[in-house]
Design a protein around this ligand. Structure first.
Ligand SMILES: NC(=O)c1ccc[n+]([C@@H]2O[C@H](COP(=O)([O-])OP(=O)(O)OC[C@H]3O[C@@H](n4cnc5c(N)ncnc54)[C@H](O)[C@@H]3O)[C@@H](O)[C@H]2O)c1
Length: 250
């Protein structure tokens, strides 16, 4: 018997990196998984892999920053797979730039996907989770806990995800909804490659504090912790911010 037998999970950003690993992990433990991603081909690939391993996966094209897109996908997943009980908000974007050179559109897009997207998915999911029981795990970052240069929008969005998590945990504590947050450090995923483009004149000494001597984690390692937090083993955990970052925020 799996920890998530029959518990429908929604995973955003399921087409790549941590979202992909988390969708695979939850499905391997019995969850029917709705794979939400703006890159629908990638989400379909994840859903197909889940099917090939004997699980149930279904892909949905969703832009998490768009309320209508989120609402349509959430109700579609609920009617296709059943009441969502586990929500993992992993969709995220970012890039390095000097703050004084960051285009306003980039600020808006990064906040729109990382923070507003997390809010919109939580808001659309809550009516399904309340009273019947449910667990939300939001993905923040070490960048939401301590400062990091050249990533003002990313840091602000992730700090927002951290506090949004605490506020939701508080508000829905008595409605049977647990809300927690995982804050990874460097993870080997395509997003990290996007962060490999540094702006001119980088102060490498300032960058060193966000790089762990342990190197990067693999998304599967973080997905394991996400699944643990989402499971009943963490019945008593809500409003927690769990850092898994090779010690860079100690
Ligand atoms: N990789 C790292 O080093 C690292 C470190 C700390 C935190 N994180 C966080 O982990 C989460 C997962 O990142 P990852 O490294 O797996 O990245 P990734 O780029 O591998 O995957 C992100 C996924 O989100 C999807 N996505 C992007 N915009 C979207 C939108 N508007 N709507 C729906 N889906 C969208 C992408 O298509 C992609 O499939 C992110 O929230 C990221 O900020 C990553």
């Amino acid at each position: 018997m799996g920890r998530f037998d029959g518990r429908v999970a929604i995973v955003t950003g399921a087409g790549s990196g941590l979202g992909h690993a988390t969708a695979r992990q939850l499905a391997s433990e019995g969850a029917p998984v709705a794979c939400f991603d703006i890159a629908v081909d990638a989400a379909e690939k994840t859903a197909a892999e889940i099917g090939e391993h004997g699980g149930v996966g279904r892909a949905y094209r969703v832009d998490v920053s768009d309320p209508d897109s989120v609402a349509a996908a959430m109700s579609g997943a609920a009617s296709d797979l059943g009441r969502p009980q586990v929500i993992v908000n992993s969709a995220g974007i970012g890039r390095f730039a000097h703050t004084h050179e960051l285009p306003f559109a980039d600020w808006q897009r990064i906040l729109g996907v990382n923070l507003t997207g997390t809010f919109l998915v939580c808001q659309a999911a809550l009516p399904h989770l309340m009273d019947g029981g449910g667990s939300i795990v939001n993905i923040a970052s070490n960048a939401g806990i301590k400062s990091q240069p050249y990533s003002i929008a990313y840091c602000a969005s992730k700090a927002g995800v951290v506090h949004l998590t605490r506020c939701l945990a508080d508000e829905y504590l008595k409605r049977g909804v647990r809300v927690n947050c995982v804050a990874p450090g460097g993870m080997e995923t395509p997003l990290q490659k996007a962060f490999m483009e540094f702006p001119e004149g980088v102060d490498w000494k300032a960058m060193r504090k966000v790089i762990s001597p342990l190197g990067n984690s693999q998304p599967e390692e973080i997905a394991n912790v996400v699944a643990f937090i989402a499971s009943d083993a963490c019945r008593y955990m809500t409003g927690s911010i769990v850092s898994i970052d090779g010690g860079i925020t100690v």
